[in-house]
Design a binder for this molecule. Structure first.
Ligand SMILES: [Fe+2]
Length: 276
């Protein structure tokens, strides 16, 4: 078993020139509590979802955190990363217990590993567990090599254009992807997703964003890789937020599959957002 398994996305951090404004936008979107933290960041928290918003470049996601099972799992993972020659450093976080550590991926994004604090906090609004993060990258092969070969994620699907990788999807537990990256001219964050309980939850989130006069940006549709139902909205800084259901589950030892680089791969139902 890979030492990363099982790990789940615990939180991600956005940055903004006006973090309070962005945090409050997410609080309204999700119906979640918004709280100022002592370090100047803002926490948006609901049932099974947490978002930190700090001051920095608009639209950026400087870090995300994966929660592992227990202290023994964290120690095993740390030893495996050391053996693989991955540089890591202790990392403090308002959402992780002491003992967390961070590595830096080829795009310069921090990936934290730790044990969750506030795992079940917040009000219970519409169901949607923070589930995956996706970035666009100018160096997809290096990102695949890092996340798969160094961190131990399993490759679920890849999208090829000729011989070139156009996207890769990686899992750290049975859910099809906890992280994915799409080829693009410049590296940048792309979206994160909330996994809901099913199609009727997608309906309810659709009605919620309609009541907030937030238009759907893409979808509803069904992705090829992951086979999940989805729609996306855009936040005030152009970053996308996805609501998903029916995300595929895979065994740990399942081999990756290959998809062609075409619109149908990204949306079996119709038109697609092509990053390259
Ligand atoms: Fe997604």
């Amino acid at each position: 078993m890979t030492p990363l398994w099982p790990a789940r996305l615990h939180y991600l951090q956005r940055s903004s020139a006006d973090p309070e404004r962005l945090a409050r936008w997410y609080g309204v979107l999700l119906g979640d509590a918004v709280e100022a933290l002592p370090d100047g960041a803002w926490l948006v928290q609901g049932h099974e979802r947490r978002l930190l918003v700090g001051r920095g470049a608009p639209g950026a996601v400087p870090e995300f955190a994966l929660a592992v099972r227990d202290a023994a799992h964290l120690a095993t993972l740390a030893a495996a990363l050391d053996a693989a020659g991955v540089s890591r450093a202790p990392a403090g976080s308002p959402l992780l217990l002491d003992g967390a550590f961070a590595v830096t991926d080829p795009d310069g994004r921090r990936v934290l590993f730790g044990l969750p604090l506030r795992a079940h906090g917040g009000r219970a609004g519409l169901p949607g567990r923070l589930q995956h993060f996706v970035c666009a990258s100018a160096r997809v092969p290096e990102m695949l090599a890092f996340y798969r070969d160094k961190l131990g994620a399993r490759e679920s699907d890849r999208v090829l254009e000729g011989e070139e990788l156009a996207a890769v999807f990686l899992r750290s537990d049975p859910e099809h992807h906890v992280f994915a990256t799409f080829r693009a001219p410049e590296s940048r964050p792309d979206h994160h997703a909330y996994e809901t309980g099913g199609w009727m939850d997608i309906r309810d989130w659709g009605d919620r964003v309609a009541s907030l006069r937030i238009p759907m940006w893409w979808g509803p549709g069904r992705h090829g890789p992951g086979n999940n139902l989805f729609f996306m909205v855009e936040d005030p800084e152009g970053y996308k937020v996805e609501f998903s259901a029916e995300l595929e589950h895979l065994q740990e030892d399942a081999e990756f599959r290959t998809w062609p680089h075409e619109e149908r791969t990204l949306n079996l139902w119709g038109s697609a957002w092509m990053r390259s």
